[in-house]
Design a protein around this ligand. Structure first.
Ligand code: ADP
Ligand code: MG
Length: 253
């Protein structure tokens, strides 16, 4: 049984809106397990991104606690939290946010240099290794605008794991990609998870959800359903899809 890497206890998040409050997350108790590929699904506007931001300390919870390795990140000072995010967490978003005038290789190495744990040459070697693992070594000297969306996203994933984060958070990482590029990026995330990377991804894309080993369904501010699956295997994709579809229908997806 793997350990919990993140635990939310009585987590609430509200936003001020039109003079009132919108309660987006209401009293969530949730454990995210190490080495799982956890996927949070839910309709658009159900609070998936809000949950990811609260669990990763990118945004402050309104109340409740979020434990990472037993430490409550909601009690941390911004400086401590920023250090934790840059050391232990990796982030991937729908928009890749690559720096347009840096090459793919430079986009990966620059945050690595900032983390200061490794020497410049170690960072460069690790970046080259990641880019070739991701199948984009041949375009490493290209600018982001000169490669496909899938290649850009694979570069963004390399950048997000250059510092060996303990957990990778992904917010709709395939949301801006076509079918082929979606598959490439999902294959990559699946492969990273198989090698032991803990992943927490939020998505409303069924293709993406199929890669998860644990699926959660968010509605009305809380997790209303959960499904556990064996690690993804391409051979069983059809039956997995049938199973996940049945589960999603039961969630009124
Ligand atoms: N900064 C904010 N201020 C006010 N309302 C917000 C803010 N961020 C999100 N919301 C509201 O919270 C709800 C959930 O948003 P979000 O987490 O982005 O949903 P999802 O990612 O599932 O589409 C939406 O109704 C959205 O309008
Ligand atoms: Mg969202």
């Amino acid at each position: 049984m793997s350990e919990n890497i993140i635990s939310a206890k009585d987590l609430c998040k509200s936003f001020a809106h039109n003079g009132g409050q919108v309660h987006v997350l209401t009293h969530i108790d949730l454990d995210i397990r190490e080495k799982d590929f956890t996927v949070v699904m839910g309709a658009s506007g159900s609070g998936k991104s809000t949950l990811l931001y609260a669990l990763s300390g990118m945004d402050k919870a309104t109340s409740g606690s979020v434990l990472f390795e037993g430490k409550d990140i909601t009690k941390m000072k911004e400086k401590e939290l920023a250090a934790l995010r840059s050391r232990d967490f990796g982030f991937v978003f729908q928009q890749m946010h690559l720096v347009s005038n840096l090459t793919l290789l430079e986009n990966v190495t620059v945050p690595g240099y900032l983390s200061r744990d490794k020497s410049t040459s170690e960072v460069k070697a690790r970046a080259e290794e990641l880019l070739s693992q991701m199948g984009i070594a041949d375009v490493k000297d290209h600018l982001p605008s000169q490669v496909s969306g899938g290649e850009q996203q694979r570069c963004a994933i390399a950048r997000s794991i250059i510092h060996d984060p303990k957990i990778l958070f992904a917010d709709e990482p395939t949301g801006a990609l076509n079918r082929k590029n979606t598959k490439e990026v999902l294959d990559l995330l699946t492969d990273l998870n198989r090698k032991g990377q803990s992943v927490l991804m939020v998505t409303h894309d069924l293709r993406a959800a199929l890669r998860g080993s644990r699926l959660l369904y968010l509605e009305d501010g809380n997790v209303i359903g959960e499904m556990t699956l064996p690690p993804y295997n391409k051979e069983d994709e059809k039956s997995r899809e049938t199973q996940v579809n049945a589960w999603l229908s039961s969630m009124k997806w």
